[in-house]
Design a protein around this ligand. Structure first.
Ligand SMILES: [Zn+2]
Length: 443
């Protein structure tokens, strides 16, 4: 086993075992443990280390390797150190065990994204320890609280440590899985992501005695219809430039390619896509409405007068919050008058340009490893910390690099899912990709 593989495997196992589980509450996560672990790993290498604590136990680590030429660009490698909760009963191995079994590391975060964070730290340590100083500056940020929106992580740092975060390019999660297509292998580099407009829908009714339901104005019965209408609603497709480029890059046969960018035909085209592509294709071309939380009623014999629904609504680049509210109006139709809509949280969709020196450097590094493959831009349906940088005009891409053992279907299912795991070859490829991109871009 190579030294790189041993180093990155060990670091990943420890990051997993620290179990920095972020359940969305302020005191969860406790990423200070992973920040200290990363600092221990980098200490003595020559990188300059700073820890930022946004709230007791919520710490992020910044490592800096100063370049020799102040005019040369600064690249940030940004990896989050928190993970989402895991229910052990659905797993074949302990989700916080970080077990290595037959060349595969198991555990929560093995894909999202402690694998990449560990690889970034190893690439940074190796560059610092080599004594070689590129012209440009390299930053590595092991950041807290990505999984709950970044208020104690990237969002906090952009407010309180903006100067230290200054950079020209960012690499973060996720991307780099090989996808076979009829036109050859493709590697997706993530260039953008959808925005959110999470809403609470308060459904009103009239309280009454549960023994006389005939003709009752039951808020729960109405809420059930509201859920049905939201879930079944089909907003008109919204085709973005990034989607058009992705479709063009995937080598679909011409009729399919044309249908996938035609709002009038896209629904039928999505139905013909393989199961691992269809939900993403749908999400990247539509405003999505997913009713996910219901609360209301209190007693078996009382007809409820109020039920609250929380709906996860996501916008594609170009869609506004006004469009979200209009879509809710249309979907609810006659029930709209019984429902109050409250916006809970909003984040705008973001997209980076493709025509940048960082894209070219990533493309060269990835195709050095897989000469037959072509890199294509792709979008995420979920949100990442990249948005904090993209919204300032800083190109931010999601990229790792995976072995052929990783299929897109397997990869997608593991995000926040069971049996999250990564093979050691993918860890090695990712460290080498980050090292190559750093030297190429920073000179
Ligand atoms: Zn993530």
């Amino acid at each position: 086993m190579s030294e790189i593989v041993a180093e990155v495997t060990d670091l990943l196992q420890r990051l997993i075992r620290n179990g920095c589980v972020n359940d969305g509450t302020a005191d969860s996560g406790q990423e200070l443990r992973n920040a200290e672990l990363l600092a221990d790993h980098l200490r003595g290498s020559g990188a300059e280390l700073t820890t930022y604590e946004s709230h007791p136990g919520r710490a992020s680590l910044l490592a800096r390797i100063e370049g020799t030429d102040p005019a040369a660009p600064t690249l940030m490698l940004m990896g989050h150190t928190d993970v989402v909760p895991a229910a052990p009963e659905g797993w074949r191995h302990d989700p916080l065990g970080g077990e290595l079994v037959d060349g595969v590391v198991w555990g929560r975060g093995a894909i999202d994204m402690l694998n990449l964070t560990a690889s970034m730290a190893v690439a940074t340590r190796r560059l610092a320890a080599s004594g070689r100083r590129p012209r440009g500056t390299l930053l590595f940020l092991g950041v807290a609280d990505e999984e709950a929106g970044g208020a104690y992580g990237a969002g906090w740092l952009m407010k309180h440590a903006r100067e230290a975060m200054a950079c020209d390019y960012v690499i973060t999660e996720n991307g780099g899985v090989l996808q076979p297509t009829p036109a050859g292998e493709r590697i997706g580099i993530t260039v953008g992501e959808k925005g959110i407009c999470w809403c609470r829908l308060v459904v009103h009714g009239t309280p009454g005695h549960g023994s006389r339901p005939y003709g009752a104005d039951n808020a729960l019965v109405k809420a059930a219809e509201v859920v049905t209408r939201l879930a079944g609603f089909r907003p008109t497709a919204h085709i973005t430039q990034a989607w058009e480029r992705w479709v063009a890059g995937m080598g679909f046969e011409p009729q399919m390619a044309a249908a996938l960018i035609d709002p009038a035909r896209i629904w039928e085209a999505i139905e013909q896509l393989p199961a691992e592509l269809a939900p993403t294709a749908h999400a990247l071309t539509h405003l999505t409405l997913s009713p996910n939380v219901i609360s209301g009623g209190g007693k078996t014999n009382v007809i409820p007068g109020r039920v609250d629904l929380e709906v996860d609504i996501r916008k594609v680049p170009g869609q506004s919050d006004e469009e979200v509210l209009e879509t809710i109006d249309t979907a609810l139709g006659s029930l709209r008058g019984d429902v109050e809509v409250e916006v809970l949280q909003c984040d705008e969709p973001t997209e980076s340009e493709v025509d940048t020196p960082l894209w070219d450097a990533i493309n060269r590094a990835a195709t050095d490893v897989y000469p037959e493959a072509t890199c294509i831009p792709s979008m995420l349906t979920g949100g990442t910390d990249a948005r904090f940088f993209r919204s300032l005009g800083i190109p931010a891409y999601g990229m790792g690099l995976y072995s052929r053992a990783m299929t897109l279907a397997q990869y997608s299912a593991m995000f926040h899912g069971n049996d999250e795991r990564v093979d050691q070859e993918s860890l090695r490829l990712t460290v080498e990709l980050y090292s190559a991109v750093t030297l190429d871009l920073l000179g």
